[in-house]
Design a protein around this ligand. Structure first.
Ligand code: AMP
Length: 439
């Protein structure tokens, strides 16, 4: 967090009032870097994660420029998922309320899954000042001539990398060709993949590039537990795990919505109060779920990768992979949902033999997995089985000796395994040097 306050910026008293109402004392690092160029109307690329305060990094400068005497769309905010769009719209509404402008500043949520014709009729009667939505529906409304975005001052592309992955960049492109060439572009993305470059080059000339390093623990410093499935039902194991952990909030990941539905039902029928978040829910169901999550109604929530991306779910203490993801990148994204706001994060993975190649790849990246089982509500450290055992058997005598030389501390603290491993590596180097000297 910065040592500066918001007072250093050229912001209106109304925006100051919003900031005060939100209780923000200091700008976050991304806000500190984004606010000055954004307030000057410059285009920029902001590289940072959800939870960094990026929503207000673009929202506050926009509201600062809002001219309510103009009767046209001034700002367009696009997000790749309905959930994220809903969440942004809620922030916009909150800000409007805090500014005391409920009757003056108009913001409209344009997402799929709602009656299109109704939306067209409503928009045609009175244009909003701010549009928040998913690219597909916004484009629909532009094509239907329900809204005209030509006079908009700024365009936000949130989670640009996910937009690209989901194939929404074409829709964004279609929207942008219908807008003024000089529109201020505010692009936010966790990563800037090479494939995004043509788009960025097309719409942003000499943008300010802002990159914020996350200060939350990296996956390497988290605890990763592996629990063998061994033909058991994931729901049974998760119920056992629930007796051994006290999560503030645990996200349980499945691959796809069918599995998510099934697992949530099974957990509920076993008495575990569980929420559900995936792309197949109706907009109303999703909205309700996000509200309930904010109100801490659940300790457990079953989610799919897509539904959880970009959503700021506070206080996730555990990530449980009921199914391991197919790719390393997804694993890193999933476990990245924990350990926010200084909380320690734990990932618990129910794995099958077929997951071992992925686990090995992650180990190569520097992640350390520990093998556990849960019995009678208690964790029990176990030996790895199958491939893992074989791999260990193959470890050289030297390695074994190096390991044996490390004493387990009497009192174990988080991260002790890593420390022991570092010590073993050090011993290994020493043993090798000694052998060399003897030779
Ligand atoms: P975001 O990355 O936009 O999803 O924001 C993450 C969380 O940080 C949200 O709950 C915001 O309300 C909160 N937040 C944003 N900016 C600040 C700030 N300057 N001070 C404190 N909290 C903030």
């Amino acid at each position: 967090m910065s040592k500066h306050t918001f007072e250093q910026y050229a912001i209106s008293s109304t925006v100051s009032q919003i900031i005060e109402g939100l209780g923000f004392k200091k700008p976050t690092p991304i806000q500190e870097q984004v606010l000055p160029p954004a307030l000057r109307g410059e285009s920029l690329i902001g590289q940072s994660h959800t939870g960094s305060g990026k929503t207000h990094a673009y929202l506050l400068p926009m509201l600062n420029q809002l001219d309510d005497t103009l009767n046209h769309v001034q700002f367009v905010i696009t997000a790749p998922t309905r959930e994220l769009a809903i969440q942004i719209q809620e922030e916009v509404k909150k800000a409007i309320e805090l500014a005391g402008k409920e009757q003056v500043w108009r913001s409209k949520l344009l997402i799929g899954g709602t009656d299109k014709q109704k939306m067209v009729d409503k928009l045609s009667s009175r244009p909003p000042h701010i549009v928040v939505g998913t690219p597909g529906r916004i484009l629909d409304m532009v094509k239907e001539e329900a809204i005209d975005l030509y006079h908009a001052k700024s365009f936000v592309l949130d989670e640009a990398d996910l937009m690209l992955d989901l194939g929404f960049i074409e829709d964004v492109d279609q929207i942008l060709v219908r807008m003024d060439q000089d529109v201020q572009m505010l692009v936010f993305s966790a990563t800037i993949p090479e494939r995004l470059q043509p788009f960025l080059k097309k719409y942003l000339t000499n943008p300010v590039h802002i990159q914020i390093e996350d200060d939350k623990p990296s996956p390497e410093t988290m605890e990763h537990r592996l629990v063998p499935l061994r033909h058991k039902e994931p729901a049974d194991i998760i119920v056992e795990i629930s007796k051994a952990i006290q999560p503030y909030l645990a996200i349980i990941f499945t691959n796809g919505k069918e599995h998510a539905d099934k697992l949530a039902d099974e957990l509920l029928s076993r008495g575990l109060e569980t929420g559900l978040l995936h792309g197949g829910l109706s907009p109303r169901e999703r909205k309700r779920m996000l509200k309930e999550l904010q109100n801490l109604r659940y300790q457990y929530i079953v989610a799919t990768d897509l539904a959880s991306r970009g959503i700021d779910i506070q206080g996730v203490s555990h990530v449980i992979n009921a199914q391991m993801p197919k790719e390393e990148e997804f694993y890193v994204h999933r476990v990245g949902r924990t350990a926010r706001a200084g909380l320690q994060g734990t990932a618990i993975n129910l794995y099958k033999e077929s997951d071992l190649p992925l686990i090995q790849k992650l180990e190569k990246k520097g992640l350390t997995f520990d093998f556990y089982e849960v019995k009678n509500g208690e964790w029990k450290e176990v030996n790895a089985y199958n491939e893992r055992e074989n791999r260990e058997r193959k470890a050289s005598d030297l390695e074994k000796k190096a390991k044996q030389m490390v004493r387990k501390p009497k009192k174990v603290k988080p991260g002790y395994k890593k420390k022991m491993k570092q010590q073993a590596d050090k011993n290994m180097r020493k043993l090798k040097q000694n052998r060399f000297k003897k030779k």
